[in-house]
Design a protein around this ligand. Structure first.
Ligand code: AMP
Ligand code: ZN
Length: 472
């Protein structure tokens, strides 16, 4: 069995991955807050952990891997977006506008990520709604966890809020390597009179009549963001699971808080054994983010005609622990390379995924190394391995007409022409026109096979359908 090594943020080392239960390898990745279209930065964790998901399925079998990614559908940003829409004249109650917005955003998210070739999360190979839990479906579990934390002396209720007491958990800050004092000095903490320590964070907060809320022992209110992931991962994956992922920006405070909550509520478990964080997609040295306004959405790119495979290829070109920029140069190079590779793979039976691709990915998801390995496969002209490897990497999404032309129908027009020219040549004994046409096809990357039975054309690795058009 392939040995997978992964870099663990918790130990700051690359470690051999040993799942708790190889029959059910379990991974949790923090999903989006659903108030707006995903920007390109949001697609990075999706693609990074999609590659990991694919690798785990390859090594352990698809039915033995569980991947859960949540939707945060209760959040002040969502409420604010709905409030603005209401002020702008949208019809309906705030609650209705919120529901409309979250539903719409979830369907956008699915459509956009599907076009990037990202597999939907799944429980033991089964794509169910549980694999993409919505926070609002798990409020009961969150309330139960908060009650448990209060009972165990790790949380306290104050003025309709419930807060986690960071002083009650000695390891608070271990993941990101900070002490509570450093955090207070460095972070913008919300100072509130009801907090015992300024770093104490909210597990539950009160909702006014208009804002979404649920009845609880502390009055009508809503959960804090961090408790969502702790409660849902416990319900769906248990007190100990294998991998927890997300962007680097979530390390502190979100993941630090998830660890504190989960370890204190379930001291019998380890929570997550391996913590993985992708670096940020940047724009001119700064994190792409909604708040900085320096973003464009995945849908913007798709609408401009950039194929999902190209976006994915560019993302895979940089290791996940390195910051990266999206540039037009990278986009153009990706398009060119993919066109060659997909043409080589077109019409070839699916062979075996390249061993070098698997080896590169097993080394802490060296996606750039996997692409380098495919350059070698291309040089060897091994279309079957190329087809299997591109499919495995999610780079062969089926819109082959775009990549290699609608080759069956298009090429049939060329072979018809070729047959006619051959007939004419036989009759006139003048082969010059036939030979010129054959040479042109070859020059544009089409392999020509002529026999007594007829004429057959095959798109080769350098096949360029755009140039061919001018021939007829
Ligand atoms: P959010 O909806 O802001 O919570 O983000 C959803 C996911 O996208 C989280 O895993 C974030 O870490 C990740 N993310 C946000 N911005 C970027 C970025 N510029 N580059 C890479 N990942 C990002
Ligand atoms: Zn989370």
């Amino acid at each position: 069995m392939t040995t997978i090594k992964l870099h663990n943020t918790q130990t700051r080392k690359k470690e051999v991955f040993a799942p708790i239960d190889p029959d059910n390898v379990r991974m949790y990745v923090c999903g989006p807050t659903v108030y707006d279209r995903a920007h390109l930065g949001n697609a990075r964790p999706v693609l990074v952990f999609d590659v990991l998901f694919r690798l785990l399925r390859h090594v352990y079998g698809a039915d033995h891997v569980t991947y859960v990614r949540n939707f945060t559908d209760v959040d002040d940003k969502i409420n604010d977006t709905a409030r603005k829409r209401k002020e702008a004249g949208a019809k309906g109650t705030l609650e209705e506008l919120i529901a409309e917005r979250t539903e719409e955003t979830i369907s956008w998210y699915h459509a956009d990520m599907d076009e990037l070739g990202a597999l939907r999360p799944a429980i033991k190979g089964l794509q169910t709604e549980e694999a993409e839990p919505r926070a609002t479906d798990w409020i009961g579990a969150m309330i139960a966890m908060i009650e448990d934390l209060i009972a165990k002396g790790h949380a306290y209720a104050a003025e309709g809020h419930v807060l986690f007491a960071v002083d009650s958990y000695a390891n608070y800050g271990a993941l990101s390597g900070r002490s509570v004092d450093d955090m207070i000095a460095g972070a913008r903490v919300e100072v509130a009179p009801y907090k015992r320590n300024p770093m104490d964070f909210v597990l539950w907060k009160p909702s006014d009549a208009e804002t979404p809320g649920w009845d609880s022992p502390w009055g009508r209110g809503r959960p804090g963001w961090h408790i969502e992931c702790s409660a849902m991962s416990f319900e769906l994956l248990g007190a100990s699971f294998d991998i927890h992922g997300g962007g680097n920006d979530l390390q502190f405070p979100h993941h630090e808080n998830e660890i504190a909550q989960s370890k204190c509520a379930h001291p019998e478990g380890d929570f997550a054994n391996v913590w993985m964080h992708n670096e940020m997609l940047q724009v001119e040295g700064k994190k792409m983010s909604k708040s900085l306004g320096n973003f464009f959405t995945v849908r913007d790119l798709l609408d401009q005609g950039v194929p999902g495979e190209v976006i994915r290829f560019v993302m895979l070109g940089t290791h996940y622990r390195k910051p990266m920029d999206w540039t037009e140069k990278k986009r153009d190079e990706a398009e060119k390379t993919l066109r060659k590779w997909l043409a080589l793979a077109a019409k070839k039976p699916i062979g075996q995924v390249s061993k070098s691709v698997i080896e590169a990915l097993a080394d802490d998801l060296n996606t750039a190394g996997a692409l380098t390995a495919l350059h070698e496969v291309y040089k060897r002209g091994d279309g079957e391995t190329m087809a299997a490897s591109l499919q495995f990497l999610g780079l062969r999404l089926g819109n082959m007409a775009y990549w290699v032309g609608d080759d069956t129908s298009d090429l049939s027009r060329f072979s018809e022409r070729l047959s006619n020219l051959r007939d004419t040549a036989k009759a006139t004994k003048d082969f010059s026109e036939l030979d010129a046409f054959k040479a042109a096809l070859t020059a544009f990357g089409v392999e020509v096979r002529m026999s007594k039975e007829g004429v057959e054309l095959f798109p080769g690795p350098d096949f360029d359908p755009t140039k061919l058009e001018g021939l007829l």
